[in-house]
Every structure is written in C-alpha cells, then in structure tokens.
Design a binder for this molecule. Structure first.
Ligand code: UDP
Length: 516
C-alpha cells in the first residue's frame, strides 16, 4: 500500500462534543444532573446545564469551582417568570412551593422555558451533540425535536422503577388502576423479572393523579420518541432490570452512576438550600461518635412535615435511645413559633447523643462518615442511591411518587432496607393524617441499628458489598466509567454548524409537543 502523505493524515481536529442538560427545577433532579455535567466535563466533553435564575444562583459555587478547575462546565440561566402561572417570583424550584395546589401551576410555568431554551440553543455557534432532558421536561424535548438535535431523557429513579412504570403503561395496568376506585386492590406489575405488587396509592407513575393526565401522556410520548435514556444507577445493582428496561424501551439505557460518587462537593452545593450548613461542626460532631453508631434522618428536599409529624419523628428518635443526626428543614422549623420552642427543648434533652441540623445538610459527606451506620430515608432515589453508594443500610419510609417502588427494590430485591410499614401515600406539603407515630420511628430505628442481630448484620453486609461495587463501577474500567466514555464517543460527531440544523427526520414527536 502507498505510504500515507502528510496531507492525508492531517485531519481537522474533531470538535469537542457538547451536551446540553435540562433538569426539572427540583433538587432531586438538578443535583444528579449537575453531577452528570461535572462527570461529562471531567471526561473532556463540554457540558452546559440550563436552569432558572434562582437555581443558577444557587449553583454558583459549582460554576466557580468548575472555572477554577478549568472544567468545560457552565450553568446557563434561562429567563423565567413564575408569574405567568400566578406564582410568586421566587417560585423557581420545587422547594419554594408552599402548598400542594401550587404544583400544577409550577409545572405549567416551566413549559414557558421552551422559548428561552430554544433561543439559547439557536444562538450557539455549533449545534449541540446531544440534549439530555428530564423525563418531566417535555418543553425541552420539543426544542430538541424542532432543531433536529439528538436527545436522551434522564429519568431520576432506578431502572427497577422505570421498568415497572413502562410495563404498567404498555401492558394496560396503568389504565386499569386509574379506572379503579378501590384503594386497597393489589395488582401485580406485568412482565417484571421478579414479582412486584402495587396498589392504587403505590402504583408507578409521576404525574399519577387526577389533573395530570395531559402532562403524563406528553412525557410518555416524549420518552418513546427519545434516542435513549440516562439513568443514575449502576449495572451490578440492578443488571436484570437494566436489561429488561432496555428491551422494553427498545433504546439504549446508559447507566452512569452512582453520580454522587463523582467528586460531589458538598461545600459548593451548600447554597442549594436555605439555612446555614456548618460542614465543619457536623464533621466534628460525627468525629466524636462511635463507628457505625449514628442513624442519619432526612426526608429529601421537597417533602415538608407539619409540626405534629416532626414531633413524632423527634420523640421516636429520643425513645430509640440511639445516637442520631436529624435534618429539619428551615421551612419546617420556622413554620410556627412553637416548633422552634419544641426543638430547643428537644435538643437540650438529647444533646448528649443527638444533633439536629437545621436547613440544608451535606448529605453525601454525612453518609460517607464512618460514624453513620444507618439512614432513615423517604426513599427518594438520590438519597437511597447515595446510601447504597456509601454502603449504608436504610430504614424506608416512602411518602409519594416513585418512593414506594424504591422501597421495594431496597427491601425485597437488594436486602439493604427495613420498612417502617407505611402502605399509603401522603401529600408533599400539607399532609394532615398521621400514618407513622413515635412508636414506629423508635422501632424501625432500633431494628436498623441493632448491634448483634443477624438480619441487621446481613443488611450491613449487603450494603457494604453494594457500596464496594458502586465504587468499582465509577472507577476506571468499571461499567459506569466505560459507559460515560462510550456515551461521549457515541455523540462526538453529531454536532455541526448551527445554521445547518437538521430537520426532525427520523424522530417523531406529537404535534402538540413540537409546536405549542
Ligand atoms: N439533599 C442534601 N441536603 C439536604 C436535603 C437533600 O444534600 O438537606 C440532597 C440529597 O443528597 C439528594 C437530593 O438532595 O441528592 C434529594 O433527592 P431525593 O431524590 O433523595 O429526594 P427528593 O428531594 O427528590 O424528594
């Protein structure tokens, strides 16, 4: 063969692949997407995360850190006006909702992000290689479709959950449940590799309540029209569900997690919440505790407990006799004057073995500390996976959405959880009914933290094993690490000059999505 000439070997350098990420404006969706953006950037891709002004301000620590480290990661602020849906101007993240009735207007207001998002993408010099948009963000799916840009959807929960949800939709269970007035009927989720049962209340589905049908239908159509899905999980945790989900979806499933293990910087994330986070004081307190003795108690970023519920949690922790670190949100603590009064007395009584963190807690740092031996969690997927990634067994107290199925995965499939025993969902912010009392809290904490018990020992052993597998998945040569490399390679040639934006040939989206 003829030797290659200098000319033929000189290729123009291939442009840097560019991923644009569009999370739903709620911490449980923004945080893993920020971790994902950092991960892509660390592997040399350009990553731009678009969000509302409030969230962009809160993520300034992340943007500054990226700038210092010269990572190609940027936080892009999109103009946003919650007033279009009659909401206060700071209502730009789910943690700003003050009553359940604001959720629908909030989601509707979000749809108005499509115009500024499209303007941002059109103004880019080169067409992005790929848009990764939250399952809930059909407005971002519409923009990708209009501009002919490949799109992956990011669905917050596990493949176990997503497979249950997809199978419920595809095989008619969802319709059957919606039509049934009975709350207690037990249904078997079809085509699952393990037996999974649900009731109307615990059935899969985001937007799974009356009034959300249009949003849900649209999200499902956008899901079916996407080029694949990115999931915050790892293969060794749920290989059979990943395989079945990929087969059922008929698209690639990119498992890239646990994303929290990629260099999450709790100090840079402190501004995500309100209330002061004194990382050093928390660590200093944990340093004084016996290894594996502390139960960490937190219920995620959106759920807000009324005073009477907070009191049950606190009294239950006191009754359990175990050391604890309990996160009380600023919005809970300041809801009524009697709460602060109660907390002051409670802290005085339990000061020798408990710490109450008021506001935003550095959760991953806490879960990584050797003193933490268990986590009482609401089973938000991020919290559950963060516990698993750090080898911490859990007590499960699901409240709504995907949390009941996440509980099933933790308890029945993985064997790392002990249930508190709730069977029906509650509302996010204004829940009146008392489904769990201090006795339940004390019991589940005692069972979880039990020193010598065989079952507790087995949960700890399994959690530790998954923790080690999680670290291996994210390390060089691990399944998630390799998937990130493959993902970047897969989309490295799909960008192009913005002016040559392809038409939407090959992908389809319903008219309403593409044009409204
Ligand atoms: N989180 C945190 N500090 C807090 C509360 C929440 O760091 O005080 C983080 C937590 O680590 C997780 C996310 O917020 O990454 C919450 O997501 P999850 O899916 O667990 O629950 P959600 O908030 O969506 O109900």
């Amino acid at each position: 063969t003829a030797p290659m000439t200098a000319e033929s070997t000189t290729q123009p350098p291939s442009p840097q692949p560019h991923f644009v990420l569009a999370p739903l404006a709620a911490h449980g969706h923004v945080i893993p997407m920020v971790d994902l953006a950092a991960l892509l950037a660390a592997h040399g891709a350009r990553a731009s995360l678009v969000t509302t002004p409030l969230n962009a301000t809160r993520l300034r620590g992340v943007a500054d850190k990226a700038a210092r480290e010269k990572l190609p990661l940027e936080i892009v602020e999109l103009p946003f006006s919650p007033a279009v849906a009659g909401l206060p101007s700071d209502c730009q993240n789910a943690d700003k909702l003050s009553e359940d009735a604001q959720l629908t207007p909030f989601l509707i207001a979000m749809r108005a992000l499509d115009a500024p998002f499209e303007a941002y993408v059109r103004a880019l010099e080169r067409r992005p290689s790929c848009i990764i948009s939250d399952w809930c963000n059909t407005w971002a799916a519409g923009v990708a479709w209009r501009l002919g840009i490949p799109r992956l959807f990011f669905h917050g929960p596990s493949c176990f959950y997503s497979l249950c949800d997809l199978n419920a939709v595809v095989h008619g269970l969802h319709e059957q449940i919606v039509a049934d007035d009975e709350q207690e009927t037990t249904y078997v989720v079809p085509r699952m590799p393990v037996r999974v049962t649900v009731t109307k209340g615990t059935a899969p589905g985001f937007f799974n309540f009356p009034g959300y049908e249009a949003l849900r239908d649209e999200a499902i159509e956008a899901m079916l029209a996407a080029d694949g899905v990115v999931v915050n999980t790892f293969l060794d945790l749920e290989a059979q569900f990943v395989a079945c989900y990929e087969a059922a979806l008929g698209k690639p499933v990119w498992t890239l997690g646990p994303l929290c293990l990629h260099n999450r910087d709790d100090e840079a994330m402190a501004s995500c919440g309100t209330g002061s986070t004194d990382l050093r004081a928390i660590t200093a307190w944990l340093d004084e505790q016996v290894t594996g003795s502390v139960v960490y108690v937190s219920f995620g970023s959106v759920l807000r407990k009324l005073p009477k519920h907070l009191f049950e949690v606190g009294n239950g922790l006191e009754d359990s006799g175990k050391p604890f670190l309990w996160v009380v949100k600023e919005s809970e603590a300041s809801s009524r004057p009697e709460v602060q009064e109660w907390l002051d007395e409670f802290m005085a009584r339990t000061a020798t073995r408990g710490l109450v963190v008021r506001g935003w807690a550095p959760q991953v740092t806490i879960l990584s500390h050797r003193a933490v031996g268990g986590f009482l969690t609401h089973c938000g997927w991020n919290s559950l996976l963060e516990a698993i990634a750090r080898g911490v067994p859990v007590a499960t107290w699901p409240h709504f959405a995907d949390q009941f199925l996440n509980e099933r995965l933790a308890v029945d499939v993985l064997g790392v959880g002990v249930p508190i025993g709730v069977t029906a969902p509650v509302s996010m912010l204004n829940e009146e009914s008392l489904t769990v009392d201090r006795g339940d809290v004390a019991r589940v904490v005692s069972v979880l933290m039990d020193g010598g018990g065989e079952e507790a020992e087995e949960r700890r052993r399994k959690a530790k094993e998954y923790g080690e597998q999680a670290r291996r998945a994210m390390a060089k040569g691990g399944s998630s690490y390799e998937n990130v490399m493959r993902l970047i390679a897969r989309f490295s040639n799909t960008g192009g000059a913005m002016t040559s934006a392809a038409s939407a040939a090959g992908s389809f989206l319903p008219h309403s999505l593409g044009t409204d």
